[in-house]
Design a protein. Structure first.
Length: 361
């Protein structure tokens, strides 16, 4: 469309309002896209068609090697952990968190993550800050074998205060029809293996922030619990562990995984039952693994009762693996070879009332 000087849509230089006057910078958005493109290019994988900048992203499942695929999708955010990132200026790790929360949910269905899109919303776009977040997103995608194919940056003055932003992630994966999890042969006697977490991951941060505020501990101070991190902020912002590649490797190598459960919001007691059939429960021995010190500190300082700890936090177990007792040894060895720390934490039992988890100290 051509706008002539006589058009009502045209304004003389120096007169009238523009979008920047309303608080939205198209130039800043374009600058951010320029920063994103090389990051996204590093995440390219077989199946991706085109690049960042189009109205939509294309993906060729046949080029990715699938013959009878089922598509699986997931969406998630990072929650109030973002407040810590915004208060401390440490933004990179929450980008990894965003990817991990989505792709870890895909792998429990037996799906390989294929591509990822992000949504970044703010009041006024700070290009360096947003680029740091998206660099973390690209890192998470690259480590998961997942292509960053696009996203949306929304600048909305009045919706968010200075320095505030929100994130959402969207991931799509695929699995061959006969490889979907959980399998239908789950039953009493199956073994539960726990894969160690890297801390609090991205759950329970409203409670964490309340405890930190009550204790009056500065985020820039040394952690009040054993930690290799220099500050409390760095310890709490340790990103969610990415379990995709180890789980895919063990699934393909052993063929023995019956189910996976990502331990996110709801903790151990709420997430494991989601993958169990009716009439099957679980016994978990909570003394079977060492809890990262952050959880002991939170429990003591809340104080937070044990039942609440187990339904709010991962308590040191970020993923649970279900397999037959006869396969537990080789599955555990395969995960160890893939770089995971594995603990036998319990077994499945017959349970008349449904899929309850029975927890033992």
């Amino acid at each position: 469309m051509t706008i002539t000087p006589n058009s009502p849509s045209a304004q003389a230089p120096g007169t009238g309002l523009n979008y920047a006057d309303a608080g939205v910078s198209i130039d800043a958005g374009n600058a951010l896209v320029g920063r994103i493109k090389p990051l996204a290019a590093k995440t390219a994988r077989p199946g991706v068609m085109g690049g960042i900048g189009g109205f939509g992203a294309l993906f060729d499942l046949r080029a990715a090697g699938y013959t009878d695929p089922i598509l699986i999708s997931s969406t998630d955010g990072v929650g109030t952990k973002l407040k810590l990132a915004q208060e401390t200026g440490l933004h990179y790790h929450v980008g990894i968190d965003l990817v991990a929360m989505c792709v870890n949910d895909l792998i429990v269905q037996g799906a390989e993550p294929l591509f990822f899109l992000d949504y970044f919303a703010c009041g006024a776009l700070a290009v360096d800050e947003a680029a740091e977040v998206i660099a973390g997103i690209a890192e998470g995608c690259e480590r998961s074998g997942c292509a960053l194919v696009g996203g949306e940056t929304a600048e909305m003055p009045g919706m968010y205060g200075p320095g505030e932003y929100d994130l959402a992630g969207f991931a799509v994966g695929a699995a061959e029809r006969d490889a979907l999890l959980p399998h239908g042969n789950i039953g009493p006697g199956d073994i539960l293996l726990g894969l160690a977490s890297d801390g609090c991951h991205s759950n329970g941060f409203s409670l964490i922030r309340k405890i930190v505020a009550r204790m009056g501990v500065g985020l820039g101070e040394r952690p009040p619990f054993a930690s290799p991190c220099a500050t409390l902020a760095e310890a709490l912002l340790t990103p969610t562990r990415l379990y995709v590649r180890p789980c895919l490797s063990v699934m393909r190598e052993t063929g023995a995984i019956k189910a996976l459960a990502h331990i996110t919001g709801g903790g151990l007691t709420e997430n494991l039952p989601r993958v169990l059939p009716g009439g099957v429960g679980a016994e978990i021995q909570t003394g079977a693994w060492p809890r990262p010190p952050v959880f002991g500190w939170l429990a003591a300082q809340g104080p937070v009762r044990e039942a609440e700890m187990l339904r709010t936090f991962n308590c040191g177990i970020g993923m649970i693996v279900v397999c037959a007792e006869a396969d537990a040894g080789r599955v555990s060895a395969s995960f160890t070879a893939a770089g995971e720390t594995v603990f036998p934490i319990g077994r499945l039992i017959a349970h008349d009332t449904g899929r309850d988890v029975v927890v033992y100290a």
